[in-house]
Design a protein around this ligand. Sequence first.
Ligand code: SF4
Length: 312
Amino acid sequence: MGLDQYVNTFGVACKQRFGEKLKKLTIDAKFTCPNRDGTLGRGGCTYCNVASFSYEHGTELSIPEQLNKGRERFAGRTSKYIAYFQAYTSTYDEYKVLKAKYDEAIIDPDIVGLCVGTRPDCVSDDVIELLAGYQARGIDVWLELGLQSASDKTLKRINRGHTLADYLDTVTRARAKGIKVCTHLILGLPGEEHQDYLNSLHAVLQAGVDGLKLHPLHIVEGSTMAKAWRSSRISLLSMEDYAYSVGEMIRYTPKEIIFHRVTAYAKKPILLAPDWCAYRWNGLVAIVDDLKAKGGQGSYLISKLKMSSKAI
Ligand code: SF4
């Protein structure tokens, strides 16, 4: 594929640190989300159907069973793994419940890292202390924060229920305790275009970040956006436009920042559109072609990354 030649990928970073490419074992620990349980709202973010990121296991499985099932998939490809609490908001519960669930994963001797995916407004100081404690014990800890866009206008439009300020506060508190932060951004959100993605990247780099995950907006069954898409009220990025924008973002990103993901795919029938997101490799090939032609990560000076006059 060749992405590693142009990008400081998570695989490359793991190989440097652990001597092999680690695999993330996704866990659905039966958390919920304040944007779905009524605390902030009930409808959730307009693009979200949590089933689209937890379909691989099934919520009836315990945490050790999910780890075992994931490990079977990667048999012979690695000997060490990261426990990835991915579904819903994985810091949204009582402290003792969170600790018990994380402990259940990291007790597995093959687990050397912990990734916790959450919302920027759901990370208390206690949770940061808990994660810092694992880090001090030698577990490689990542806090994955869904920001999606640095524009408060866009965050409101997609019903995220948090602001850029919430994100900046959490990043500052987590990184002050030595916890690595990986930020998720979505390209192609309604009302946004190329310069908006660069604005989001600029805000995230300015705040300080250790990793990035970039996704194209894709429409999944059961989401609020699915209705808008069915009535032709949403247009989606072509694979070519996505590859162009991601290529530019990668070139502006300093080399030490680790890309955990540069695109995403989903399985039909959960995926409704765009069709190119149904295939794991097509988007990646287009991105690699762009990087090959115009340069890889860090090719552009970050000082040249200008904000548009449009306020974020
Ligand atoms: S995307 Fe995350 S924060 Fe938004 S509704 Fe879904 S689970 Fe909650």
